[in-house]
Design a protein around this ligand. Structure first.
Ligand SMILES: [Ca+2]
Ligand SMILES: [Ca+2]
Ligand SMILES: [Ca+2]
Length: 315
């Protein structure tokens, strides 16, 4: 009798595990951007007037820098299911070009090297530039005709799983590059995690824990060691192929609320520091909690009670 009870408990535990893992799978929507919708190429051949990335949000009262008036870019998509918020805004700004003949470009395209589509960012020999991608919904009134401004609430409060992580698939990068991810709830509640990548000679997927965007990590001092953020602990590799966390900054009102995200912005080499970079990103994904997963959990529990009842009858 006692043995049967133990068996039942174990069985229940395993059923719960199955139910929970199926919920987790249901929530694992591969979703920020698959870069399967082509865009650009946008080319900036004019290095004058670079304003976009010259300042960092080193205090909580400064917003992360917008892309700047000197950038070249545009917007694509309306309800595109492969893009977070259905719409992507993308820009490049040439920062330094000593020879005067080395434009910078940003493009999303499909090729033999990136069959599912990829984001490509390039500056040529001797030149430096920055790139910015915005996922801030479609709101031309706020953003202007090319989507340039950030609509801080354009995603209308989508949720990211706070126990989840960004998965960034980098196909190749011939240099290390700075890569900043900023999540906004609004213009005073945001978190920017700034990473310094290593070069990527082969495809690798980087994991960036969403916990790093929570209030507890706001405004930590610079330059954590590779692959660690103090307090995140084991099992939360901030990065697997990115090198160092430069900094984590938050808005004057505090960190982003992961249950109410208004905009997401990625900055590639925002200070225009790196010369001659050739970068290909395959996708940026993260699990998004869905209303459906709650229903699924309910169904799993119902099924579980059914199994329990059947075993009671057998016993
Ligand atoms: Ca937009
Ligand atoms: Ca925008
Ligand atoms: Ca892709």
């Amino acid at each position: 009798m006692v043995k049967a009870k133990h068996f039942k408990t174990r069985l229940m535990a395993s059923c719960v595990a199955v139910a929970l893992s199926s919920v987790a799978n249901a929530a694992l929507v591969p979703f920020v951007d698959e870069f399967s919708t082509s865009q650009g190429a946008y080319v900036d051949a004019d290095a004058s007037g670079f304003t976009g990335g010259n300042t960092l949000p080193t205090t909580t009262t400064t917003l992360p820098p917008n892309v700047g008036a000197d950038a070249v870019g545009g917007t694509i998509g309306s309800g595109d299911a492969t893009i977070l918020g259905g719409n992507r805004d993308m820009f490049v700004a040439l920062a330094v070009d000593p020879g005067g003949a080395a434009p910078a470009s940003i493009e999303v395209f499909t090729s033999a090297a990136c069959p599912t589509g990829c984001l490509s960012f390039n500056n040529q020999s001797g030149s430096q530039s920055r790139g910015q991608v915005q996922w801030d919904g479609l709101n031309d009134v706020v953003e202007g005709t090319d989507g340039r401004a950030i609509n801080y609430t354009g995603l209308s409060g989508v949720s990211f799983d706070p126990n989840g992580a960004f998965k960034v698939g980098v196909i190749s990068a011939d240099f290390g590059f700075r890569f900043d991810i900023t999540l906004y709830t609004d213009d005073t509640h945001w978190t920017q995690v700034s990473l310094q990548s290593n070069l990527h000679t082969a495809f690798s997927e980087t994991t960036i824990a969403l916990a790093a965007f929570s209030q507890g990590f706001c405004d930590l001092p610079n330059a954590f060691p590779a692959n660690t953020i103090p307090g995140l602990g084991a099992g939360w590799p901030l990065t697997t192929s990115f090198g160092v966390v430069n900094d984590i900054n938050c808005g004057s009102g505090g960190a982003v609320d992961l249950n109410s995200i208004g905009a997401m912005v990625v900055d590639i080499d925002p200070l225009g520091e790196t010369v001659d970079i050739d970068l290909r990103i395959d996708y940026i994904r993260t699990p998004v909690p869905e209303p459906g997963s709650v229903a699924l959990l309910g169904a799993g529990l119902l099924g579980l009670f059914g199994v329990g009842r059947r075993f009671r009858k057998l016993a």
